[in-house]
Unconditional design. Sequence first.
Length: 95
Amino acid sequence: MDQEGLKKGTDGVVTDIKVVRSKPWGFELKDIAHEKMLIWHGEADKVVDVLQAKHACSAIAKSKCFILPTYGHWMIADQWETIVKQILEENNRCE
C-alpha cells in the first residue's frame, strides 16, 4: 500500500472496507443498466483484489475492463491521462 495514503492514519481505509463489505448495496451488479461501463483496476492492488474488478466486468453487461499490470490501488494518480484518453476513445467508438 502506498504509505502517502496512510500519513494521516488508517481511518479512511477502514471506512472504505466497512462501506464495501458491511451490508448489501441494495442492488446486484447484473441489474446495472447503461450504454457502456468502463472499469480500471491496478493488477498490483493490495487493497482491493483485481478479481473484484474482473468479477464486476463479468457481471455488468456492456462493461469493459482495463487492468493495468504494474499499478496498485492509487494508480489513478499516475494514470489519469491514460484513463481520460481511453474514455474519449471509447466514447468516439459509440458515436
